[in-house]
Design a protein around this ligand. Structure first.
Ligand SMILES: [Zn+2]
Length: 200
């Protein structure tokens, strides 16, 4: 095969191509973008990647991505300590925080149940969630998984598991996938979905 790229360009394209949603064309575009920035800017970028990777870790309470432990939400005693919103990924939590509608705590599952992909209850942070529910402080659990088949299955599984504990379980109004790239209008819709949550 003919050599198409300089070796370091090839390496850079390869690295970008490992990222989610980045195909060969986007990887090439990003690599050429890197070639267009200054050396200090490039150093800033590689530094940001290194620092994020070194400093960010899951919160030991809610599993949000954080550089302080517990994270800013778990550490905020002004927040409502009697309600937990369960989400699939940290980005869902960020989306909900942006609405400013919710003042309680979170629990990040780290995915949704997906037996076909080998994701069972033991893969998710369900055991950790149950541990948080044991001290009796939590009065309501809001299930904020996405309205996909897997998100619904996860909501159902959690309901069956937790309902016997006597905790009120609600589901945010369906129809809205959270955590995607949301503009302001979507934030409003998500805020309404929160207000319109129904009891399971
Ligand atoms: Zn936390």
């Amino acid at each position: 095969m003919a050599r198409e790229y300089a070796k370091s360009l090839d390496r850079l394209i390869n690295e970008f191509q490992k990222m989610p949603g980045i195909g060969p064309k986007s990887a090439q575009r990003l690599a050429f973008y890197i070639m267009s920035i200054t050396l200090p800017e490039a150093a800033e970028l590689s530094d940001a990647i290194k620092e994020a990777r070194e400093k960010l870790k899951p919160c030991s309470v809610c599993f949000n991505i954080t550089d302080i432990d517990p994270c800013f939400v778990c550490g905020d005693k002004m927040r409502d300590q009697s309600v937990i919103c369960v989400v699939s990924e940290p980005k869902d939590m960020i989306a909900i925080e942006k609405t400013r509608e919710f003042k309680g705590l979170y629990h990040v599952l780290g995915g949704v149940l997906s037996p076909l992909n080998g994701v069972g209850p033991e893969t998710l942070r369900i055991k950790e969630l149950l541990n948080r529910l044991r001290d009796g402080q939590i009065k309501e659990l809001i299930i904020g998984t996405n309205p996909t088949t897997e998100g619904e299955a996860t909501a159902m599984y959690l309901t069956k598991l937790i309902k016997p504990l006597g905790i009120k379980i609600t589901r945010i109004a369906s129809g809205l996938p959270i955590g995607s790239d949301m503009d302001y209008a979507d934030e409003m819709t998500l805020a309404r979905a929160f207000e319109g949550r129904r009891e399971l």
